[in-house]
Design a protein around this ligand. Sequence first.
Ligand code: COA
Length: 212
Amino acid sequence: MPTNAKLSIPYITVREGKMIDFQRKQRVIRNALSGKEYTLLALDLIDPTDKVIAQVTSICNEPLVYDWLFRKMLSDKPYPPSMATGWFARGADGWAKNDHFVFAVVDQNGGIAAACDIKSADASWAEVGYWSSSNHRGVMTNAIIGLIDLAKEAGFERLFAETQNANFRSQGVLRRAGFALSDKTPHRGNHHIVFSISTQTANQTQHSTARG
Ligand SMILES: CC(C)(COP(=O)(O)OP(=O)(O)OC[C@H]1O[C@@H](n2cnc3c(N)ncnc32)[C@H](O)[C@@H]1OP(=O)(O)O)[C@@H](O)C(=O)NCCC(=O)NCCS
């Protein structure tokens, strides 16, 4: 036997005995209001061209997304394209390390409409986040239902989200997707509430109110 023989161990992520392994990294979903088809697509499958970076930058500067997610962090300065580039880089890194799972919601023209993520590989309690362009109202809840489906296949058992008390639109997404209010203490502080869902009991049927 050669003396310099090495044992090669593939990278795996194990949390409390569970290994996260995404079987699928894309899923077709529908906008519940328009009936239009979109694709939930892992961020590392998307080429961050200048056009794509401009789309993400534009959505993150839309009033609702900017006010809830970025205004405080950026001290009222606009969300810059460099942050979108960084978001793509961290997204690809998360997939490579198997510890953070970002998906974009892409429309039929290849445009970015929304995004959602699972922020850790903790199978028993992993946080979900999301944002959506107001030009694609109706897609977010079904994207989260699709995300829960992919997460269940990957080995996640329970997902949670924290929203600010007054973020009723976000709470609407969670309730429609089947999350329930949890009595856990929010790690973001007093002005937040926690919702959670078991992937085992989640209903993965997407709803569409569009006709035709
Ligand atoms: C939170 C946020 C993603 C919600 O977006 P949204 O467009 O309201 O979400 P949805 O697409 O799920 O819902 C839009 C409408 O479609 C309807 N709809 C969506 N999915 C539906 C479904 N499956 N069945 C029936 N109706 C549905 C909703 O009832 C809603 O109608 P309304 O506007 O009349 O109340 C968006 O406001 C946002 O990006 N906010 C800033 C970022 C943020 O707060 N992120 C969460 C941090 S915790």
